[in-house]
Design a protein around this ligand. Structure first.
Ligand code: SF4
Length: 353
C-alpha cells in the first residue's frame, strides 16, 4: 500500500468539522456506556434514521443494564420488532445479564472485557471503548474502511482482513488524546454523510479533501473496488392468514435460525393454487368458508429472499386445528406478539405506543 503523506493532519481537519456538523443524536447528547452500547448494537445493521425511534422507546422502557437483564422475551422482541436481526436483541440482553452478574451493573472500561460480551465484536468494542470511556481503540466498520480506502487511494478489498488491520492501526495511531470518542464518531459521520458509498462521495463538502489520495488522483468514483456479492437464496412461500371471526392464527418460529422465536402466520412452501391451499387447510383440520387471494410480496434478508403469495382463509371456526397455533386479535398482535416486518404486506407489524 503506498504511504501517503499528511494523514497526521486528519484529526485537526476532521474534529472541527464534526463539532460544527454532527447530527444531534440522543446517544451523543448523553453518552452513558449503556446508551452507547445499545445504540451501537442497533446501528450494526440499521440506518441512524430508522434506529432513532427504536432507541428512544428502548431507553424509555429499559433504561439500564438491570432493566434489560430482567426484561421478558416478549417485551424485548416487541421493542425490537421491525429492526430485524433479532439475535442482536437477544445478545444484548445476554450481555446485560453478564454486566449485572460479573461487573455489578457497570460496563467494564476495558477493551478485552467488552469484546468478551455476547454480540460485541471488534467494531462495537472499539466504538464503546472510545466513545464511552475515551480509550484509544479503533472502531473500523464499512464506513471507516471506505473512507480510508479513498484517503489512501487503495485498491484493497474492504473484506480483506489485512486491510482492516491496517486501517485499525492507522486510526489508533491518529487518535488525539482526550478526544478519542469524538474522533471515532467523526470518522463514522464522515463516512455516513459525506464520503458516501456507491461512487457518490460529496467531495466538495469534505473537510479532509486536501489529504485524500483518491480525490487527488480523481479516483474517488472507482474506489473502493467493488466486491462480488454472493447471490441470495430465493424461497417461495404462500402466507395463509387463517381467520376465525376477528381472530387470526399465529405460530411461533423455531428457537434457532432466521427470526428465531418470532410469531408468524401459517405458511406453505412453493406457490400452491386455490385448490391446494384449500386441501392443505382441510388436512390441518380447518373447515374453509372462503378463500381470498392477497397480493404477492417480497422481503429481502441478507442471504435469502422470500417471494410470497398470500391467502386470506376464512374458517368456520378455530376449533380442530393444530393446538400450537395461537388465535390473536389485532390488538394482541400489536401489544404482545412480535411479528417480523417480512410479513408487513399481510399482517402490519404495529409498534408499542
Ligand atoms: Fe471521501 Fe471525497 Fe473526502 Fe476523499 S475527498 S475522503 S473521496 S469525500
Amino acid at each position: 500500500m503506498p504511504e501517503r503523506q499528511g494523514l497526521e493532519a486528519l484529526p485537526g481537519l476532521l474534529l472541527p468539522w464534526y463539532r460544527a456538523h454532527a447530527r444531534r443524536l440522543p446517544w451523543r447528547d448523553s453518552p452513558t456506556p449503556y446508551a452507547v452500547l445499545v445504540s451501537e448494537i442497533m446501528l450494526q445493521q440499521t440506518r441512524v434514521e430508522a434506529a432513532l425511534p427504536y432507541f428512544e422507546r428502548f431507553m424509555a422502557e429499559l433504561p439500564d443494564f438491570e432493566a434489560l437483564a430482567g426484561a421478558d422475551e416478549a417485551q424485548l422482541l416487541k421493542l425490537w420488532q421491525g429492526l430485524g436481526y433479532y439475535s442482536r436483541a437477544r445478545n444484548l440482553q445476554k450481555a446485560a445479564q453478564l454486566v449485572v452478574q460479573r461487573h455489578g451493573g457497570q460496563l467494564p472500561a476495558d477493551l478485552r472485557a467488552l469484546r468478551a460480551l455476547p454480540g460485541v465484536g471488534d467494531y462495537t468494542a472499539g466504538a464503546v471503548a472510545s466513545i464511552a470511556f475515551g480509550l484509544p481503540a479503533a472502531a473500523v466498520d464499512g464506513n471507516v474502511l471506505r473512507v480510508f480506502a479513498r484517503l489512501l487511494c487503495s485498491g484493497e478489498s474492504l473484506s480483506s482482513p489485512a486491510f482492516k488491520k491496517e486501517v485499525a492501526r492507522r486510526v489508533e495511531g491518529l487518535m488525539p488524546k482526550g478526544q478519542e470518542g469524538d474522533f471515532t464518531q467523526a470518522l463514522m459521520e464522515l463516512g455516513a454523510t459525506v464520503c458516501l458509498p456507491n461512487g457518490r462521495p460529496l467531495c466538495e463538502a469534505c473537510p479532509v479533501r486536501e489529504l485524500c489520495g483518491a480525490a487527488c488522483e480523481g479516483r474517488q468514483q472507482e474506489l473502493p473496488v467493488r466486491q462480488e456479492k454472493k447471490a441470495r437464496r430465493r424461497e417461495q412461500k404462500a402466507v395463509l392468514l387463517l381467520c376465525a371471526g376477528e381472530l387470526t392464527a399465529l405460530r411461533r418460529r423455531p428457537d434457532r435460525g432466521l427470526l428465531a422465536g418470532l410469531w408468524e402466520p401459517v405458511t406453505l412452501p412453493g406457490t400452491p393454487d386455490e385448490a391446494q391451499v384449500r386441501r392443505a387447510v382441510e388436512e390441518m383440520g380447518g373447515a374453509v368458508r372462503q378463500l381470498v387471494p392477497l397480493p404477492a410480496a417480497k422481503h429481502v434478508f441478507t442471504h435469502v429472499e422470500w417471494h410470497m403469495t398470500g391467502w386470506r382463509v376464512e374458517l368456520e371456526s378455530a376449533r380442530g386445528l393444530d393446538p400450537s397455533l395461537v388465535w390473536t386479535t389485532e390488538r394482541q398482535r400489536r401489544e404482545q406478539y412480535a411479528v417480523p416486518s417480512a410479513y408487513r404486506a399481510y399482517l402490519k407489524p404495529s409498534r408499542r405506543r
